[in-house]
Design a protein around this ligand. Structure first.
Ligand code: SAM
Length: 205
């Protein structure tokens, strides 16, 4: 039996300190790069929660998007991001618990290996919090694993059907389909989503 670790900031901090960061692709992955490359409005406010080393933020910054925010409750990846990107605005680095953030809202939130890193019982809260952090009409975009894992998590897998039930009350599904351009280790195991925030939650009895 494996004990479920408590997935708090201390847990993730020690993963960074021990360089146990197998989730880190080391670069922006093709699904997110492809999505970002078709964005025309550089003034979108964009959040990357559970950003880790923040490769998407670095890419966006270099492409001239000024309103990019990173959020992680572990300090190590944010410090590393800062030293690699000294011109990135320091007040856009949010060392905070995603579930506690209330100050800002965003046009776009990018997801990559954050959802799968959370305790499974927080998935409904994740969907609700994404709704709260997005402006009306804002979008949650990114990749989710589309299979269960045989190894103890994190990461925790799941099925698109399961995820759909969490998101349905808060979002309309613009794209929700197998990801065609995953990085090779994740090929055939990811779902790509573009979810648009509903004006208000819609619960079906
Ligand atoms: C599996 S890593 C993924 C990092 C990054 N997205 C990537 O793809 O390389 C999950 C990240 O989420 C952060 N995290 C987990 N729970 C969090 C929470 N409640 N609030 C903020 N960050 C959190 C961890 O510190 C960790 O950096």
């Amino acid at each position: 039996m494996h004990e479920t670790p408590e997935l708090n900031a201390g847990y993730w901090s020690s993963r960074y300190q021990q360089k146990e960061t197998g989730w880190d692709a080391g670069f922006i992955t093709a699904p997110l790069e492809t999505y970002i490359n078709q964005l025309e409005n550089k003034d979108l406010s964009i959040l990357i929660p559970g950003c880790g080393h923040g490769h998407e933020a670095e890419f966006l910054h270099r492409q001239g998007f000024p309103q990019v925010y990173l959020m992680d409750f572990a300090p190590e990846p944010l410090e590393r991001f800062k030293s690699r990107n000294p011109n990135f605005p320091a007040d856009h680095l949010l060392q905070q618990d995603f579930f506690q953030h209330t100050a800002l809202t965003f046009d776009l939130i990018l997801e990559q290996t954050f959802f799968c890193a959370l305790p499974r019982n927080r998935r409904p809260d994740y969907a609700r919090k994404m709704f709260d952090l997005l402006k009306p009409g804002g979008k949650l975009v990114g990749v989710l694993f589309s299979e269960e894992f045989s190894t103890p998590g994190p990461p925790y897998g799941g099925t698109p059907q399961e995820y759909q039930a969490y998101f349905e009350p808060y979002f309309t599904f613009k794209v929700f389909e197998p990801c065609y351009n995953s990085i090779p280790p994740r090929a055939g195991r990811e779902w790509f989503m573009v979810l648009e925030r509903r004006p208000k939650p819609q619960f079906i009895a």
